[in-house]
Design a protein around this ligand. Structure first.
Ligand code: MLT
Length: 267
């Protein structure tokens, strides 16, 4: 469905009822990434998967940076009349979750950080983002999908789950050129969240596919060491998009965390 906020149209999908759990996709995905989670929402929870700015049915914002996206997320919650929510993000969605925590901590009841990292881009990573901006402008989203699909999933998914690879490939191909260029800008300019980790006071679940090569397990272990009281869930036979590569394990870790840490009826 599409809702209309003061910052424009926003695409979303939701399922379940109860405490809101907002799910933020990675790059260059859209809300369909979370279909395996929306199919089995944890009892007592309302899962809401958003299209981030410029992806799916959500319009691009005037500013391509994660602070602007964090304020956009607050405006989306306002429009939905949601005061506080569990904020969960995969990769780029995790970077946004950190920015949202910095700017709107009172609106976060718990954090889920999947296949992501706290650090900012290196100079080398920024150069690669600029190359990808040129690539998408010259050749379109298909070229980005071709470049990224191999590293996005783990070995086991690549070899045995052609269906999952096809879903991700199609998702990346339908991403808009403007959405991709804006997101790359936001990613390369993002603040370092290393210091932010120690300020987190809400329950936090860190998850990672054991075969993730884009944001390897070491990054998740470092986040768990730095975020007070956080817990780690590792997902076997999954790469960077662990939620769609191994949904049963991902959903189990998520449900257990939500049931253990968030009181039913809390908003
Ligand atoms: C993502 O999946 O969101 C990207 O891999 C994040 C990144 O490129 O840093």
């Amino acid at each position: 469905m599409i809702i209309h906020t003061p910052l424009g149209a926003v695409g979303l999908a939701e399922s379940g009822s109860g405490v809101p759990v907002v799910l933020l996709h990675g790059f260059p995905h859209d809300r369909a990434l979370w279909a395996p989670q929306l199919a089995y929402p944890a009892s007592g929870f309302r899962y809401i998967a958003l299209d981030l700015p410029g992806f799916g049915d959500s319009v691009q914002l005037a500013e391509a940076n994660l602070d602007a996206w964090a304020d956009w997320l607050a405006a989306v919650l306002d429009t939905m009349k949601i005061d506080r929510a569990v904020i969960g993000g995969l990769s780029m969605g995790g970077y946004l979750a950190f920015a949202f925590w910095r700017r709107h901590p009172g609106r976060v009841s718990a954090l889920i950080l999947a296949d992501t990292r706290a650090g900012a881009d290196s100079e080398e990573a920024r150069a690669k983002r600029r190359e990808m901006q040129s690539l998408v402008l010259a050749e379109g989203s298909g070229a980005v999908a071709e470049k990224m699909i191999g590293g996005m999933v783990g070995k086991s998914t690549r070899e045995k789950r052609a269906d999952v690879v096809a879903i991700l490939d199609a998702m990346m191909r339908r991403a808009s050129v403007g959405g991709i260029t804006d997101a790359l800008q936001a990613l390369m300019d993002r603040d370092d969240s290393t210091e932010t980790q120690g300020t987190i006071t809400v329950p936090t679940l860190v998850m990672c596919g054991e075969d993730d090569t884009l944001t390897p397990v070491a990054e998740s272990r470092a986040m768990v060491d730095a975020i007070p009281g956080s817990r780690l869930g590792l997902i076997p036979s999954a790469g960077h998009v662990s939620n769609i590569e191994a949904p049963a394990v991902f959903n189990g870790l998520l449900s257990d965390f939500l049931a253990a840490t968030i009181r039913r009826g809390q908003s």
